[in-house]
Write a protein that binds this ligand. Structure first.
Ligand SMILES: Nc1ncnc2c1ncn2[C@@H]1O[C@H](COP(=O)(O)OP(=O)(O)OP(=O)(O)O)[C@@H](O)[C@H]1O
Length: 255
């Protein structure tokens, strides 16, 4: 099966059961958002998809391969297929943007210096950065939004089939958030990249999502196309969409 499938994923840290029973099929070539409040375990799901965490039980399959059971060589193949950007610290501080973005090519390919240069510059432009201007700067010399773009450039330089974004717009102003969302849509369209976006930014979600899942209390309590999500009558979904803390907390306590 050519897709990402999550089956009965359960993850316990110490005594804390963060993920109870996650089931999700990510639709190929589409943009799927996984929404949820902070600390609900959204990043934990992503880490299982790329094999950085092992499930307590259950499975994550990438193109039919169980990530947790993959040997090193298979895991390497999976990582080539799945690009991901983490919330913070995605770039190496001591390297220029050029070296950061070139890193996967230097590590994993035999491309010549010239070919690498061409690809890095193209990819920086692709994520909407002015390559000539930013390539030889260091991460701290860029704004937050530019750093997120540069981190995305690094994760797409091997043209992965899947791309996972961890809160790509958190902490960014509405204009930069809009630009990042447009970048996600463009990469999805131009390269047919199946995109999974972890977020709690409803505005950006509704602009760009094909499918939306809501993570609540260790489970996906709602999943569907964006229209059905918006119209969901599930009280927790309604409270989340309305941003109604009182209602949300009452419902959370009741579970
Ligand atoms: N390696 C770990 N060891 C112990 N606890 C962990 C570990 N990773 C995550 N957790 C805990 O699991 C919970 C979920 O964390 P996670 O980062 O997945 O949440 P999130 O939904 O992505 O939240 P945020 O939006 O704040 O990043 C948190 O309570 C966190 O403290």
């Amino acid at each position: 099966m050519e897709m990402i499938q999550i089956r009965h994923l359960r993850k316990v840290f110490g005594k804390k059961e963060v993920l109870k029973d996650i089931n999700l099929d990510i639709v190929d070539k589409k943009i799927t958002y996984i929404l949820g409040m902070s600390g609900q375990g959204k990043s934990t799901i992503i880490k299982h998809i790329v094999g950085l965490l092992k499930p307590t039980s259950g499975n994550v399959l990438v193109d039919g391969v169980d990530v947790a059971k993959a040997d090193i060589k298979t895991l390497y193949e999976i990582r080539k297929k799945v690009g991901f950007t983490f919330q913070e610290g995605a770039l190496f501080d001591s390297m220029t943007i050029f070296d950061n973005v070139a890193f996967p090519l230097v590590e994993h390919t035999n491309l010549s210096k010239k070919e690498i240069e061409k690809k890095v510059f193209e990819t920086l432009e692709m994520v909407g950065l002015e390559a000539k201007r930013v390539a030889y700067l260091y991460p701290h010399e860029l704004s937050g939004g530019m750093r997120k773009r540069a981190a995305t450039a690094r994760s797409i330089i091997m043209t992965p089939k899947y791309i996972l974004y961890d809160e790509p717009t958190s902490g960014l102003d509405p204009i930069i958030s809009d630009k990042i969302t447009r970048m996600i849509m463009q990469l999805n369209k131009n390269y047919n990249m199946t995109s999974v976006v972890i977020s709690h930014d409803l505005k950006e979600t509704f602009k760009s999502a094909d499918f939306v899942a809501l993570l609540f209390n260790g489970k996906i309590i709602e999943y569907g196309d964006v229209e059905s999500f918006k119209n969901s009558q599930n009280p927790i979904v309604r409270a989340f969409i309305e941003g109604n803390a009182e209602k949300y907390e009452k419902l959370a306590d009741g579970i």
